[in-house]
Write a protein of this length. Structure first.
Length: 299
């Protein structure tokens, strides 16, 4: 789960996470005393599974003790490993050049982002979007040998390319669909340029809580998760609840994957301005997250 913001939530509408230090950091950005840091590339995956009542999505709840969004629900994901860009990767599905065209990047960067999405899903959920051939996917990945490989990837003791090569596997880029792109606000000390993907849980595989940052995992219908957020019962950051709402219209994982090609990948970046002594924080195109920050806190 890519980090980008700190602190605990202040009271806010629904379950929107709002760190208490944001107002001071926004003011520092406005007066020029805070210089934005460059965002790091990251990828996260909305893993879907079909049920009799529609698709459900796999979510992790961050441990309450975490400085970053403690208690918030998110998807498996994290920062891109520089080696994902540099190494030759066993690959099936749309080429790196085709992904570059879709993501609006160069081929090396596209490879790193797609590798990051697949690697992080394996690291945090134990699910691997790879197979021995271009039309197969590995089965159960819960054995001790798989766990040893997963731990080596988490510790960065091995690269994802070397892991695939040793296993004789190809990354199945066709099993991913690019869905959205959100960039951590400029006033944050750690920033991420995060690409959101959708994927279906491969047959024979199962998720597990493999993340050291999460205390529980759930499979939940996007509508139910959004309802929980609206009632203030589930804590989420704006990118998470926004992408959840965008999944609600689709009746199956296949439907969502088919719709991925038409999703808008224009980056969403929060804007903060001063208006009559008030700080107004907004995410263009996402009015529900707008906050007017007075000395006493957000409204």
């Amino acid at each position: 789960m890519p980090n980008g913001q700190h602190g605990q939530q202040q009271p806010s509408a629904g379950g929107q996470w709002y760190p208490p230090e944001w107002p001071d950091r926004i003011r520092a950005l406005a007066d020029g005393s805070l210089t934005p840091v460059a965002p790091r590339l990251a990828a996260t995956v909305m893993l879907l599974r079909d049920t009799d009542t529609g698709p459900v999505v796999h979510m992790l709840r961050r441990k309450a003790s975490m400085a970053f969004a403690g208690g918030a629900y998110a998807y498996p994901g994290g920062g891109v490993d520089p080696r994902d860009e540099e190494h030759r990767v066993g690959w099936a599905g749309p080429s790196q050049a085709e992904w570059a065209a879709r993501l609006g990047t160069d081929a090396r960067t596209a490879q790193a982002i797609v590798c990051g999405a697949v690697r992080e899903t394996f690291e945090e959920a134990g699910v691997l979007l790879a197979g021995r051939t271009a039309d197969t996917v590995v089965g159960d990945t819960t054995g001790d040998d798989w766990e040893a490989d997963r731990q080596a990837l988490v510790a960065r003791e091995t690269s994802f390319a070397d892991f695939l090569d040793r296993r004789g596997l190809l990354l199945r880029s066709d099993l991913l669909g690019a869905w959205a792109r959100w960039i951590t606000p400029e006033f944050e000390p750690r920033r991420y340029d995060t690409w959101f993907f959708v994927a279906a849980l491969p047959k024979g595989q199962r998720t597990r809580n493999a993340s050291t940052e999460a205390d529980r995992t759930v499979w939940i219908r996007p509508t139910d998760a959004a309802d929980g957020y609206d009632k203030g019962e589930l804590l989420m950051m704006p990118p998470t609840i926004s992408t959840l709402r965008s999944l609600e219209p689709y009746g199956s994982a296949a439907d969502a994957l088919a719709a991925a090609g038409g999703q808008d990948l224009a980056p969403v970046l929060a804007q903060a301005v001063l208006e009559d002594g008030e700080l107004v924080l907004s995410w263009p195109g996402h009015d529900e997250f707008t906050k007017r920050v007075r000395p006493g806190g957000p409204s």
